[in-house]
Ligand binder design. Sequence first.
Ligand code: BF8
Length: 634
Amino acid sequence: MDKKSYEPCATEMLSLAKANKVETVWDRYEQQLPQCGFGLLGVCCRLCWKGPCRVNPMGDGPDRGVCGADVHTIVARNLIRGIAAGTAAHSDHGRHIAKTLLEMSEGHAPDYVIKDQEKIHAIAARLNISPEGKAHNQILREIALATLEDFSRQDEKIPCTWLELTIPAARLAKLTALGVVPHNIDASIADIMARTHVGTDADPVNLLLAGLRGSLADYTGMYLATELSDALFGTPEPVVTSANLGVIKANCVNIAVNGHNPLLSEFICDMAAELNAEAIEAGADGGINVVGVCCTGNEVLMRRGIPLATNYLSQELPMLTGALDAIVVDVQCIMPSLGKLSECFHTKLITTMSSCKIPGATHIEFHTQTARESSREIIRLAIEAYNRRDYDKVNIPQHSNTVIGGFSAEAIVEALRKLDANDPLKPLLDNIVNGNIQGVALFAGCNTPKVPQDQAYLTIAKELAKRNVLLLATGCGAGAFAKAGMMTMEATEEFAGDSLKAVLRAIGEAAGLKGPLPLVLHMGSCVDNTRAVSLAVALANKIGVDLDQLPVVASAPECMSEKALSIGTWAVSLGFPTHLGVIPQVLGSSVVVDVLTEKAKDLTGGYFIVETDPQAAAQKIYTAIQDRRQLLGI
Ligand code: BF8
């Protein structure tokens, strides 16, 4: 691979890392090469101590593990265990938010307030909770308990509430007929772990169906996490900020927030404002500068316009600027390497959650009961670290791009309302029907050193924009576009096809932006992928079709995490063609590959498209959109 990253700051920092013999994720990836061929095919089984067993799918060597499991059983088991892990991660995040709501209602989380009352009422209405004659705390309590029931319900005939109430009736019926509707998020995870234990489920199709159920539990956990987070911290509205390492400021105490859960990062931002004077007193005349990394970065970008330093793969690089005083992490997608790296710099790595400790870090346990106090303590540690900054090591790339973010589904509908106050979805729908917008593509997922960072996102997006496809993005995909200046009006002018440009202009100007909407609409963090679904569901319900009839596709060009796997699987379960730009570890089983890329079409209407070449991927995604248009007769 001649280029490790398509991001100019990363390229600059990687030369610096090389010169200073600082190891990064790219170096460690190279040290792993060649990676294990059995692992890449998904045919290595480590589920019991009779193994590890590896089965050669080429027919050369044993065709079964010691217990007799064949390659299809092994691959399917490995795959759905990944889905279970992704679901556990997302839904644990959701549970944390729901439990905080419950604590608030009982007076045990006094620092939290509901910032979006309208949203809390909308959630109550959705959950059939009548506000009549009830105190505010009672409504919160009922919402929290109804939500937590999705983690505890024992009646298998009752679907998870946050799934049942958020998808079209036809989709629910289809999934019910398949037997893949979860009744309880935790039970779906436990079911996968139990059925993949030695000597239980050996039927690859039955295993994959359990994987679909697990993925729908993932969707449920994500949906409720986003909705409750919006109620707590505010539903995002368009906001202008910037992205890339140039957002780190030499004259500030720089604090990066990394991870996923806004329960902590929201308070870091609040306390940074409160303690700004202390930073100035310590000599940082610019005060405190909070910047984001990964999905926590997306959370605070969407709601507060906090600048984004970078996305997953380059999370080590902010420290290399020598001007990062603290990196505060919560859960998920935090490289353990940050611990060792922080020993080479003055940067304080601060872990905050009992489930995420990293050797080399300072741990300050964060409790929702004392959110303000813990956040204050963290900020003061960063100010202390600032005093130890070594100016000989400071090297901040002077590059950042403008970002217009904050496109929640509500914000998009609000912008459309300026075109049609009574029927805001109509202008969007009309433009899809008349072909001005050919379809919608949601970019989601991660980065991986297996491909040049951000390249596939940018290439596919430009190709699709040219062909008048409306682009949405979340997670580290959104980070890629933010850093590259693709979330701007200028990008729309430069890259959008004529008819897409005209629509984005009409909406943007009507919404008072004095120009078009940005080329790629930032919809939030990874957990916020459900925002895009809510928009698709609104469109589907409006014209009375199911999700698998819409010209809507998902793409994860640089995916790597188990969460990305579970999201991709629920996208397929909901009926969307879903592109993966990294080869999933399933190629060892022809049965599993066939189910995921072909048979799924008959089961759910969705299917995986695996294509590693970005140009070819753009073509396949566009073809999938055209297939849908043709079936709809538009
Ligand atoms: O949850 S996109 S690398 S940071 S897994 Fe992780 Fe992937 Fe980024 Fe956000 Ni999602």
